[in-house]
Write a protein that binds this ligand. Sequence first.
Ligand code: NCD
Length: 319
Amino acid sequence: MNAAFPQLDVGGRLRHLVTLDGLGRGALEELLERAESFAGPAGRGDALKGLTVANLFGEPSTRTRASFELAALRQGALVVNLDNALSSRAKGETLLDTVRTLQAMRVDFFVIRDAEPGVQERVARAVGDTACVVSAGEAHLSHPTQGLLDALTIRQCRGGFDRISVAIVGDIARSRVARSAHRALATLGVPDIRIVAPRAMMPEADAFAGASRCESLDEGLAGADVVMMLRIQHERAGLAEPVDLAAYRRDFGLTAARLAHAAPNAIVMHPGPMNRGVEIDPEVADGAQSVILRQVANGVAVRMAVLAELAEARRVRAA
Ligand code: NCD
């Protein structure tokens, strides 16, 4: 991320949400507070009344896309969904042409997921103040609303961030979920973040600053208050050899027996989609310590909060 990227406006408010980089603890806490206000079953708002949101997803997605769509609808927006792979991009139109075309139809928000790094930033630079860009996942690099929903879930279940140990387990090297969770949790003051992975899935040495690294699941889990499991990102390049799933499950799969190494009331998280019987056993995924569906519920609330914040800041700039 280029340091000069203008994600914040001159008033210091968000004009896009492309990354959590550069957002301080106060800014994250405000977003979590706002999300909390939408987290109940009655969570509704009208912050996007009269505005239009386009979901541009260039990679498969079930929950993130549905979550952004429901968040926009529950804030009163009109929503249009475009699957890039099936629309004009496949005919050679650049994403910027697609964006300009949609702007001519008065689209105000672009929610973008793409396998190519930098797409969200490029669109944000191009639209400037005329629209808001929200990342729904950028390559292996970042997934800011996922980081926020993970933080919200941890805050609800653990009461805060100051005294907890969080173990993030699995294909860390290629995980945007792990990167954004680490960014959010480190900023919010979590003192002990562990990344737990086989050597082949460990990220480069300068990534995940401040986190400890562990190649043994049992050691990585010892006494942890939060256990965050990840899917193996088979679709991304970077592994020298195909993964032996039976060996992976044996060494890094979260079974009930292994979870017993964590703190007695540890919560179990997973961004989905899960591979039951690989990185997580069904009895753990569906067990009493699992908060996986709470993460899904919080995803809508967080996205409602982000959309509302962006819409509000935009109105202030326009005034
Ligand atoms: C994740 C993603 O797409 O980055 N899923 C999600 O957003 N819910 C993680 C994954 O695909 O493994």
